[in-house]
Every structure is written in C-alpha cells, then in structure tokens.
Design a protein around this ligand. Structure first.
Ligand code: SF4
Length: 506
C-alpha cells in the first residue's frame, strides 16, 4: 500500500491564499469641489486670529498702501490677511516667508485664510519688515483688547532678559586686522566685477553675484564701524581682543544659556503677573541686563499709558541705579541683590601679597573707624567711592610706617605708598532694600518671579521657535521679536478668552 504524503506536500501556487488589496492609481485625474469655509473647523485657532485682527485698527498699515480705488496700480493683499498669515505661521513655529508660501499651496488653514490663493514669499518677507511703527501700534492695539478683557492689571510685572542667537556663526567674529584684510579683498572683487551683460552666466545670476559682493563689502564696513564703537568703551588690553561679526555687525558676542558664548541679541520681556501677558518687549545689544529696568518701565508706560505698580526682577537687574530709577518713578521694586564680591585672592597673589596679609588679617575697629594691621599699626579712613550697590571705603597705613616695617615684603611689596584695605558697605538705599527683601511678603512675591517671567521666554523659544533670529541687524531682529511676542499674546487671548467663549456657545 502506498503511503499518504499529502500532509507534507506544499499547496500548489494557484491554491495559495492571496490578500485582496486596494489598488493605488496615481495616473488618474480628479476634480473635487472645495468648500473653503469647511476647510477648518468652527473652533480652529486660525478663525480666532482672523477675527481678532479684523477687529483691530489697521489704519497705519493701510496708510502706506499706494494702490487706491480709481487710481493706478494693482490691487494688493489686504494687511489683515498678511498679518493673520504671519501670526498663524509664528504660532506653528514657522518663521520663513518661503515656507508660508509653500503652506499656502496645500495647508487647509492657510488655504482658508487666503481663499486658496498663494501669496508670494517676497510680499510676505517685505511685509514683515516694512511696517515698524504700524507693528508697534498693532502690539498696543492687542494690549488694549487684553486689558479690556481684564487680563492686564499692571499691579505686578515681572521683567527678564533672554539671549537669542543672531543669524551669524561664532566663526564670523574677527579682530580688526582680519576684518580689514577681508574688506580689502571684497573691494578688489567689487572693482573687478564686469558688466553683467557680458558675463557667460545669465544676466540675472551675474546681477545677483554683484549684489552679494556689494552687500558683503557693506557688511564688512559696518563690522569695522561696530568694532570701533565697542573699542571706545574698552581698556587698552581689552581693545586688542575686541572682535566684531562680519555676518551681522550689530550682533554682540554674549553669554547664552548653558554657559556658551556666541553672537546674539538681548531680548527684554516684561510680563504682567495677572495672566502672563507680555506688556513690553525690547531688544538690545547689551551683554548684561544691568541697565535694562528703566527702559522696560518706560516701554510699559508708552504701551499702556500707565506705569506698573511693582516690578519684580532677578539679581541681574537689581542694582543701585535700578533702585534709584524705580524710586524716582515711584515703582515698587522686588529683586535679589547679587552677592558682593571681595577682592579676588588672585589679584593679591599677582601683587605678591602673602596670604598671611590678606584683608582678613586686618582687624576693623568700629569705634575708631580704622583698621589695625598684623604689625599693630593703624590704617585710618582715607577715601570712599560708590561702585554699583555698594560704597567702597578705603583705609591706608602711613607710608613711613610701612617702609620701616619688617613685613613690608609680604604685605605691600613694590609700593611706595602705605598698604590699604577696602571695606565694602551697602549704600543706605541698598541697605533699606535689603531689609525689605528679608520680609516674608517680599520673599513670597519674589518666589513667583521665575514662574511668570520665564513662561513667555520658554513659549517664544519652544513653541514659536525663536531660538535664533532669521534676520540681521538690530532693527530687523527687534521686528522679529515683536512678531513673536504679538503672536504669544494672541495665543493667550485665544486660550483665555476666545476658546472659553466658543465652548460656552456650544
Ligand atoms: S607693611 Fe604696613 S600695613 Fe603691612 S604690616 Fe607693616 S606696617 Fe602694617
């Protein structure tokens, strides 16, 4: 009898199980109706942006348009549309005009805004930087809406600075000699430029190359001017190390987060504590925040017509000048004084002073207001000077006593004058401020600072994507920061007002 082998025989090909798949036909042509109004849902944020911008007074944008009914010129894109496009783009972290142009071709929200038209990226790019005053006015208009909604009280405003990277690389910073060499080369290249029509490359490309060379020469000339400006405020030794960026001459080399130095701008943001609304924004080239509090209060006053009642700042902004400015403006200041620094041991070591004769070895006599040195000699009060938040009182021994002292080589080597010691004291204003800051009320207010002040900074960097500027130069980066902060405020209006109202209507 033959053995049954059917269980080991594989099924014939035609008997194998085949999955029935849906075909993809990429050769077909489709004509589909598009109901533009239905491209986005009823509660889509793009509708909120369009609605809000439509309520604002855009007269300053319209005033700059030359093309009018009954006159020459083509119709232009409505500023309400261009503003809404930029705000919606920034909201989604898009800051490129070309990218917005691309999104207009397929993204439902952009198509809803434009009515399925495509806005040229040149139009968008020009619009972003052409209307500085109108944009300032728009920012104020939005603040008016937010204030009307009760989101701004100015009872307490937190202020902070954040560094944003410039559109330039670290390697674009050069010293004077290098910049001069590059400029010389650029000038030679510009001089050697031929007639674009006679070039082998296309006329358009030749003109673009010429423009790029001329712009490079201009940037290098600006970099040398910027370098001279920076040098003017520096000591002779520092001047030799001064560098300027050949890519963005107005950027400054500054300390960013995580301790890294690089080209950047210092963005100053004031935030109302009530609902974390940005009430003032400015951009500076200052590498520290020390002098930024007074201008910040003035910006708030210009935007909202009144001063904040209280400003809350960190140690970088708390100093004697800031305290005096706030007293003059009758604004309550809550802050943290930075630690007072003693004379660095390194400097004493460099002067050859032995550790046994560092200032701590000198004893202060409060009653007689003088010091006693390790040899028992008196160092009477000599002079005083104000430095930041402190008064530096200097005490000096008689030169005759030091000259005859056996410890002179360890205590004050190489000086003809007697040894001096500096006593640093808080100014009366700072002493009063310190006393206020020790109260539990002031401490409790200060604890709120980080949560409020750093919220918009983080939003602007993480959601809007303003970690690095796209544009160059102080004026243009200020406009970029302004668009970002305007978008932030409108996002808060959507979150706190528009969305809850929509939900209530459903
Ligand atoms: S050098 Fe002058 S200050 Fe120093 S221990 Fe001698 S007397 Fe005192």
């Amino acid at each position: 009898m033959e053995k049954d082998k059917s269980w080991t025989t594989p099924p014939k090909e035609e008997e194998q199980r085949r999955v029935r798949r849906k075909p993809i036909n990429r050769q077909q042509l489709l004509l589909r109706p598009v109901e533009i109004e239905k491209l986005v849902e009823e509660d889509h944020p793009v509708r909120a942006i369009w609605e809000l911008v439509g309520q604002l007074n855009l007269e300053s944008f319209y005033a700059e348009i030359q093309s009018v009914e009954g006159g020459a010129g083509r119709p232009v894109w409505d500023p309400q549309l261009l503003i809404s496009l930029w705000i919606y783009a920034y909201k989604g972290g898009v800051s490129s005009a070309r990218e917005i142009g691309r999104l207009c071709q397929y993204h439902p929200a952009y198509q809803w805004l434009t009515g399925v038209e495509v806005v040229n990226y040149h139009t968008l790019a020009d619009f972003r930087i052409r209307h500085q005053k109108a944009l300032d006015q728009l920012f104020i208009e939005v603040l008016g809406v937010l204030s009307h909604e009760g989101l701004i009280t100015l009872q307490r405003v937190m202020h902070d600075g954040t560094k944003v990277k410039a559109c330039a690389s670290d390697k674009s910073f050069h010293r004077k000699a290098t910049l001069q060499d590059h400029l010389q080369l650029a000038r030679e290249q510009v001089e050697q430029m031929g007639d674009p029509e006679s070039e082998e490359v296309s006329e358009r490309m030749a003109k673009a190359q010429q423009r790029a060379l001329r712009e490079k020469q201009e940037r290098l000339e600006e970099a040398l001017k910027a370098l001279e400006q920076i040098e003017a405020s520096r000591s002779k030794e520092e001047k030799e190390k001064t560098r300027a960026s050949s890519t963005d001459p107005e950027a400054r080399n500054m300390l960013h987060a995580k301790g890294a130095y690089g080209p950047g701008y210092n963005v100053q943001i004031s935030t109302d504590a009530q609902s974390k609304i940005i009430v003032g924004v400015g951009v500076t080239q200052a590498t520290t925040d020390a002098a930024e509090l007074k201008p910040a209060v003035e910006r708030i006053e210009a935007n909202l017509g009144e001063k904040p009642k209280q400003m809350v700042v960190d140690g970088g902004l708390t100093n004697q000048a800031a305290l005096e400015a706030m007293t003059e403006k009758q604004v309550d200041l809550i802050g943290a004084l930075p630690e007072r620094r003693a004379v660095a041991p390194d400097r004493l070591k460099q002067r050859g002073v032995s550790p046994d004769f560092y200032p701590q070895a000198f004893e202060y006599d409060e009653g007689a207001d003088c010091y006693r040195c390790p040899a028992g000699k008196r160092l009477p009060y000599e002079t005083e000077e104000r430095q930041g938040a402190s008064v530096r009182r200097r005490y000096r021994a008689k030169s005759s006593e030091c000259r005859g002292c056996p410890f002179q080589a360890q205590c004050c080597p190489g000086t003809k004058r007697g040894r001096s010691v500096v006593r640093s004291e808080a100014t009366p204003e700072i002493a009063a401020f310190q006393a206020k800051m020790e109260t539990p009320e002031a401490q409790a207010i200060y604890k709120q600072r980080a949560g409020v002040a750093e919220f918009p900074n983080a939003w602007i960097k993480d959601k809007i994507g303003l970690r690095q500027f796209r544009l160059r130069g102080l004026v243009k980066v200020t406009l970029e920061a302004m668009w970002a902060c305007l978008t932030y405020n409108i996002c808060q209006w959507i979150r706190l007002c528009w969305k809850p109202q929509r939900l209530a209507q459903v």
